[in-house]
Design a protein around this ligand. Structure first.
Ligand code: ARG
Length: 310
């Protein structure tokens, strides 16, 4: 009997590290009044029709995805006349229960910051500081568990980086964005796994969105990062949300999903076609609340069966 040798590639075993999700707490805002009626980034074309009902359905599916994964979603009421309020990530950076609010660059979005400030105060957050510099919050800030990666170039002022370091008490690494399509840091980079006491964080990013110097900084800090393709970036695939295992991202980001699977993550696809007309994706709709209590940072052993029946 002759045996056909297996092709070379089939015998290569890619070591997959076990991944552990951590339970998260998110703040979201329903897109009840979502439209594109002004243009403050290259994705926004006020002449292109937007289906608000479809946006609501897509946003609801995103919220339900988080809940199915075991995360807690809190809501803030949307306000008529603020069509971008659905992008909650732009309104606060919360680390260890400390809240640094937002100051928007575009006058159309300015009132959102105060609504979120009131939401935090009404929920008992004592440590709420409003920034002096233009600061679009988690749109431009990504917490790695050890340092705060901070974008500038289009929205958030470099002065806001120093302010964040002082207010939140975390080391800040400034990164320069250079492509107007990737106007916020969270359109070009996201954290897959936060750093633990013994290991470093893992991130995914699209290098061409950054200046050469910032690309070198990223290579130096994250030599094993997932490097996204242009196609991944062009569907806002870098606007993902990871709990350390499950990675919620636009379904079109297929190259990224393949790489994530090879690294032991579970891609979870969502459709955000309507929100993308405003330059937004899953992360933009999601402000992460990182409480002071260790309860929410503890590793949670998720039960697969509970999950799949939910
Ligand atoms: N239209 C919104 C703006 O230009 C989209 C914001 C998306 N949010 C984000 N975190 N990238 O401000």
């Amino acid at each position: 009997m002759t045996t056909v040798p297996a092709p070379e590639a089939a015998s290569i075993v890619i070591p997959v590290e076990p991944r552990q999700p951590t339970r998260r707490r998110y703040l979201m805002c329903p897109p009840t009044y979502f439209t594109v009626e002004y243009s403050i980034n290259p994705w926004m074309d006020p002449d292109r029709p937007v289906d608000t009902d479809l946006a609501v359905r897509q946003w609801t599916a995103l919220k339900e995805t988080y809940e199915r994964l075991g995360h807690t979603v809190e809501l803030i009421d949307p306000e008529p006349g603020l069509p971008d309020m659905v992008f909650a990530a732009n309104s606060g950076t919360v680390i260890d229960g400390r809240v640094l609010g937002a100051r928007f660059r575009a006058p159309q979005r300015t009132p959102e910051a105060e609504l979120f400030r009131r939401w935090f105060l009404a929920r008992g957050y004592r440590d709420v500081v409003m920034p002096g510099s233009i600061n679009e919050a988690e749109g431009d800030f990504a917490w790695t568990g050890r340092v705060l990666l901070a974008g500038t170039g289009f929205r958030t002022d470099p002065g806001a980086h120093a302010e964040a370091q002082e207010v939140l008490g975390v080391p800040v690494i400034s990164l320069r964005l250079v492509d107007p399509r990737y106007y916020h840091l969270d359109t070009a980079l996201f954290v897959l796994t936060e750093a633990g006491p013994a290991d470093s964080a893992q991130i995914a990013y699209y290098p061409d969105a950054f200046s050469l110097g910032s690309q070198r900084v990223l290579r130096r800090l994250f030599p094993d990062a997932v490097i996204a393709t242009e196609a991944d970036a062009a569907c806002l695939g870098l606007n993902g949300v990871s709990d350390g295992l499950d990675v919620v991202l636009p379904w079109e980001a297929t190259d990224l999903a393949t790489q994530l699977k090879e690294r032991g993550y579970l891609p979870v696809h969502v459709d955000i076609s309507e929100l993308r007309k405003s330059g937004g994706g899953p992360k933009c709709c999601t402000l992460e609340i990182r409480p002071a209590s260790p309860e929410f940072t503890a590793v949670v052993a998720f039960q697969r069966t509970v999950r799949s029946s939910g």
